[in-house]
Design a protein around this ligand. Structure first.
Ligand SMILES: *[C@@H]1O[C@H](CO)[C@@H](O)[C@H](O)[C@H]1NC(C)=O
Ligand SMILES: [Ca+2]
Length: 133
């Protein structure tokens, strides 16, 4: 039974099953460590289900100019923790367009414009996240 719960918990950490976006004020990982941001593979029309799919936890000070293959151009929603800010680039090595998100919930990166015609859905290729003390 214990093993079963452990497996279930691991699964929950990996996929946002309930899909409700976490609150910026209480954003933390499964062990209770403070996060800078959390990014999600999918979004939904429904705001209360918009943080879906695989979950990428981002810790304060993380600087990832090159996303792994599994995450490159795959992020569709994100949450930035209270007193933190997340800067993203549309191309790796901090090239392409750049955008900074302050604390809050971006339910649909599709709705966040990148220039006149583009948007940030499935576009993020690198990021830097920082928090004030
Ligand atoms: C985001 O991009 C993916 C891949 O192109 C697509 O499947 C998904 O529907 C897009 N999301 C929205 C809200 O348009
Ligand atoms: Ca990109």
């Amino acid at each position: 039974m214990k093993a079963f719960i452990a497996v279930l918990f691991a699964a929950l950490c990996f996929e946002a099953l309930n899909a409700q976006c976490p609150e910026p004020d209480t954003l933390q990982d499964a062990e209770g460590n403070k996060l800078c941001a959390r990014m999600f593979q999918h979004s939904s029309y429904y705001y209360d289900q918009s943080c879906q799919g695989k979950v990428l936890d981002v810790y304060p000070g993380e600087d990832y100019p090159i996303l792994t293959w599994a995450w490159d151009n795959r992020i569709s929603s994100l949450v930035v923790a209270k007193s933190c800010s997340l800067t993203v680039w549309s191309r790796s090595k901090k090239e392409g367009s750049k955008k900074t998100f302050s604390a809050g919930i971006a339910y649909h990166l599709k709705d966040v414009k990148d220039g006149l015609f583009g948007d940030w859905n499935d576009s993020i290729s690198g990021y830097y996240c920082t928090c004030r003390m």
